[in-house]
Design a protein around this ligand. Structure first.
Ligand code: NAI
Length: 468
């Protein structure tokens, strides 16, 4: 293919849940737009992150449930995991969704190309494709390049012993011994998954607690379940180095000044992610970069007119749904609408066991901001549906303003939390009062009733627990 020159109104670099959503929305708004992606459509989230991890987490959950089914009258013999089949099924799940992305872009009139993009001026981007180069002139450029795992010294990713989350979701067999460095979102989700599939898992976390930043009562519940699953959690521990020994990796860890060694067939390093802001020519065309991130205003605009950034590269929290919302905003801004990223909360979910889901402020955060609050709490153990599900570890906390009764935050720990948090986000976004949730009839028997009961508890009116 000879070198080409094209002109678009908007060029989006990256086709993750930020970039592809921006492309779809730009198409809907009748902007001539092009999305360029160097890898596969769908980004980390669809290809090697959120979606495949949830597929495997769900499969492991079914296996674990059946394995412990005797207490609810389900007996099984010779239950086992066919990892090759499970991985193939996971692959099908991913292909279905990534294929959908290309069709959706097309259906909305947005072009898509595979190539590596680099800015050569504030309105020109060079795209290197497999068989040539295209120079794209664009009125607006959206950087949606995402993030990548952080590597730590002594643990270079080799795809064999030492893997990142991508590698850990692609194991051909369940490792007998699995060491996870980092007890954050990724470490706990993937550690739990392999523990359920039968691995002996050790989580090494530098801080005094796993899942830092979450309500300590919630973390305690997750830690208790990890213990039950046989997961060894070593906190206050820093991974130092590793060496091949007797056919395994011997991982050396500094635990409060003392050295300890853990054997592993596989080691997952999940110590956070860093933004992909390098190699794009951003600094060369004057775009400010701070600690790797591209700072943006509420319109997702950078300091250079016509250049925008969304998603992980534009700052924390690195969550797919935050990227997708920013994508809608940036497309509308480019189309001349008065749009802004103006949200009251960004819900967050950890697909641990039990699941953790939060929206808005915790009691501690609200108090730090000087709010006088009331907290209503309702345990899953008092909830009909949770008892029928044989899954009663968990609770909902509703944090409200003591005077106005406005809902400031909702925290949920318990299986099903990932689904029931949507109501919490809606309530906070709409400025709901605890009474609004309390007065809304919730279908019975369902898990969201726990949110209703916790809201009632914050008003001293819970029905299925004693009010304090
Ligand atoms: P994280 O920031 O959640 O956790 C990393 C952990 O590693 C921290 O607790 C840190 O103290 C620990 N650590 C750092 N260096 C260490 C060392 N040398 N030895 C031992 N521990 C060490 O990062 P993670 O889990 O890698 O996830 C990255 C991001 O991906 C998350 O912040 C989140 O935004 C996103 N994510 C979201 C998910 C979801 O929404 N369900 C799932 C997975 C990831």
């Amino acid at each position: 293919m000879a070198d080409q020159k094209i002109r678009v109104e908007a060029l989006v670099i990256g086709a993750g849940p930020g970039g592809y959503v921006a492309g779809i929305r730009l198409g809907q708004l009748k902007k001539k737009a092009l999305v360029v992606e160097r890898d596969k459509p769908g980004g980390i989230c669809l290809n090697v992150g959120c979606i495949p991890s949830k597929a495997l987490i769900n499969a492991a959950k079914i296996y674990d449930k059946v394995r412990h089914g005797a207490e609810i009258g389900i007996l099984s013999d010779n239950l086992r995991v066919d990892m090759a089949k499970m991985q193939a099924w996971k692959g099908d799940v991913v292909s279905k969704l990534t294929g959908g992305v290309r069709s959706l872009l097309k259906a909305n009139g947005c072009d898509y190309r595979t190539g590596t993009a680099r800015l050569t001026s504030p309105s020109t981007v060079e795209v290197i494709e497999k068989d040539g180069k295209t120079t794209v002139e664009a009125d607006h450029i959206v950087i949606a390049t995402g993030s990548r795992p952080i590597e730590i010294s002594g643990f270079k990713f080799d795809g064999k012993r030492i893997v990142d989350s991508t590698g850990a979701l692609d194991f051909a067999t369940v490792p007998e011994r699995f060491v996870v460095i980092g007890g954050g979102y990724i470490g706990i989700e993937i550690g739990t998954l392999y523990a359920k599939l039968g691995a002996h898992v050790t989580v090494v976390e530098a801080l005094p607690n796993i899942l830092a930043g979450n309500d300590p009562e919630i973390v305690q519940l997750v830690a208790r379940k990890l213990k039950k699953l046989g997961v060894e959690v070593v906190t206050g521990a820093k991974a130092k180095s590793w060496a091949e020994k007797n056919g395994r990796a011997a991982v050396t860890v500094d635990v409060a000044g003392k050295e300890a060694t853990f054997d592993a067939d596989k080691v997952l390093v999940a110590v956070g992610r860093r933004p992909n802001s390098e190699g794009l020519g951003l600094e060369e065309v004057g775009v400010k970069i701070e600690r790797g991130f591209v700072p943006v205003d509420r319109r997702c605009a950078t300091n250079v007119p016509g250049i925008y950034a969304i998603g992980d590269v534009a700052g924390q929290p690195m969550l797919a749904h935050k990227a997708s919302r920013e994508a809608e905003v940036v497309a509308e801004v480019i189309a001349g609408h008065k749009a802004e990223f103006d949200v009251r909360c960004i819900p967050a979910v950890i697909f641990s066991d039990p699941e953790v889901a939060t929206a808005g402020l915790t009691a501690e955060e609200a108090e730090k901001r000087g709010r006088k609050i009331k907290v209503g709490k309702f345990p899953f153990a008092a909830l009909g549906r949770a008892i029928a599900n044989a899954d009663t570890d968990g609770f909902v906390k509703v944090v409200i303003d003591a005077a106005s009764k406005e809902v400031l935050g909702i925290q949920v720990v318990g299986n099903g939390a990932s689904d029931i948090i949507a109501e919490a986000a809606l309530a906070i976004e709409m400025g709901a009062l605890a009474d609004d949730i309390s007065l809304t009839i919730h279908a019975h028997p369902t898990l969201p009733e726990a949110i209703m009961e916790a809201a009632k508890a914050s008003l001293g009116e819970a029905i299925h627990i004693q009010n304090r």
